[in-house]
Design a protein around this ligand. Structure first.
Ligand SMILES: [Zn+2]
Length: 447
């Protein structure tokens, strides 16, 4: 029988190589958050250390996800160090990483947003209501002045609150002192400023890299002259330097090796492509759903009262390629900004996968395809003290399903629940065997 404070299976066999109070980069696992008995966040520790504290009875499990332990004593004037939370926002996934003062990534997660699911759900609701209005089946009043007065689209709002929710939660578990955030793809303002002269456009420097990426985006990864794709592309001067052309981005384009040689000391107009001059003067507009909410997230992050470092996507990419880390959402987060240029991380680290699930729905009955109710109105959200999304441990002592199951529960009114474990879903577990480990909090977890 497991004792109450024994950690779950998500703490594996970690290498125990500890400096006192420090964190060694030996793990393939996320760090463990540590609170003192007054819930004051302390330096996160290594999983091995956490296991030791738990075994010795000096701490208890406070939270399953993210794994947090609470010490049984008060820790006064502890050195909590400097910890930075780094964020790479994305439209489907966002990466969040915590680094320590040695600039090591000690904890990471990837959040799967549910913006697309919200959008789809609202589209379905709209269709069902419209149907019922026109077909005199069940009563549905004419739509009148029921638009959302202001604010963000629900699908965008949910993406933004996923990020701020997790920053807020992590600040409670870890002594965070700084925030890094990827604000835009390119610093277009800086790139267009006329006073920047003689920029190095060669590949290799951050600025050169940024300019090249910018031009590639702008000219859609094809030669500005012949339109060839998937060939080596070079940064090219529209008005050649030998004829007084500048190094400003408005005088640069992207061309294949052949066109670059053929053009030689001609201008683009002389070469037969006058439109390239105008194309080069246009600025690249950051497209995509994400861009509209980037600044809003930035404003909300500032309300935490911590210094916020911002970086561009181009810089993130540059840092990651310089350090030769693979492309993953959480690694991008670690490479954000100035602080990402010498980040230390184990790219094989097991991180926490978080999926946004929301907190249930308002809809009372499910409908069939004709808009008629298919189920009885929803009665209670909670059954026998449990609700869908709670994380439970069930120790089944008799019957066909003897064993211990740990995972997310889906409740049914009968009191016979389904539990989604790492190995798969176990059906028909009585509520009597279930013990609550963590309340549903709008997210689903997988390690
Ligand atoms: Zn070409």
């Amino acid at each position: 029988m497991l004792s109450a404070h024994k950690p779950q299976a998500n703490i594996g066999e970690a290498h125990i190589t500890l400096e006192r109070g420090g964190f060694m980069l030996m793990s393939e696992q996320n760090g463990v958050f540590v609170l003192d008995t007054n819930k004051k966040p302390l330096k996160p520790c290594h999983p091995g250390m956490a296991r030791k504290l738990l075994d010795e009875g000096k701490a208890a499990v406070y939270k399953q996800h993210p794994f947090t332990i609470i010490l049984k004593r008060e820790v006064k004037d502890a050195d909590t160090g400097k910890h930075r939370i780094k964020i790479d926002p994305g439209s489907k996934y966002s990466g969040l990483v915590i680094t320590d003062e040695k600039n090591q990534a000690i904890w990471a997660c990837e959040i799967e947003h549910r913006g697309d699911r919200i959008k789809e759900g609202m589209r379905k609701r709209w269709a069902a209501r419209r149907n019922r209005r026109s077909r005199k089946t069940r009563y549905r009043p004419t739509r009148f002045d029921n638009r959302r007065p202001k604010g963000w689209q629900p699908s965008l709002e949910s993406r933004m609150s996923d990020i701020t929710t997790w920053v807020r939660r992590l600040i409670k578990l870890c002594p965070i002192t700084d925030i890094s955030y990827e604000l835009s793809q390119f610093d277009t303002h800086k790139m267009q400023k006329p006073e920047i002269r003689g920029i190095e456009y060669q590949h290799g420097t951050l600025h050169g890299y940024t300019v090249r990426q910018y031009l590639l985006e702008k000219f859609e990864y094809q030669c500005a002259y012949c339109g060839k794709e998937n060939v080596p592309l070079e940064v090219e001067h529209i008005v050649p330097k030998s004829r007084g052309g500048s190094d400003r981005v408005t005088n640069l384009t992207i061309s294949c090796v052949g066109c670059n040689e053929d053009k030689n000391t001609q201008t683009a107009e002389e070469f037969g492509y006058p439109e390239v001059h105008d194309q080069a003067k246009e600025t690249l507009k950051d497209a995509g759903v994400l861009n509209s909410i980037r600044w809003e997230i930035y404003d909300r992050l500032q309300s935490f009262g911590l210094p916020v470092e911002v970086g561009t996507g181009a810089r993130t990419k540059y840092n990651r390629s310089q350090l030769e880390y693979p492309k993953k959402h959480w690694i991008d987060a670690a490479c954000v900004g100035e602080s990402g240029k010498d980040i230390i991380l184990d790219s094989e680290m097991q991180i926490l996968h978080i999926k946004s699930t929301g907190h249930g729905r308002r809809q009372m009955c499910l409908m069939d395809k004709h808009g008629f109710p298919r189920t009885k109105p929803k009665q209670y959200k909670k059954v026998k003290g449990f609700q869908t999304g709670d994380i439970v441990r069930a120790v089944v002592t008799k019957g066909k399903k003897i064993g211990t199951y740990c995972g997310r529960v889906a409740v049914r009114k009968s009191g016979s629940f389904n539990i989604k474990t790492k190995e798969g879903t176990v059906q028909g577990i009585s509520h009597r065997y279930c013990k609550l480990l963590q309340r549903a909090d709008g997210y689903m977890y997988a390690v």
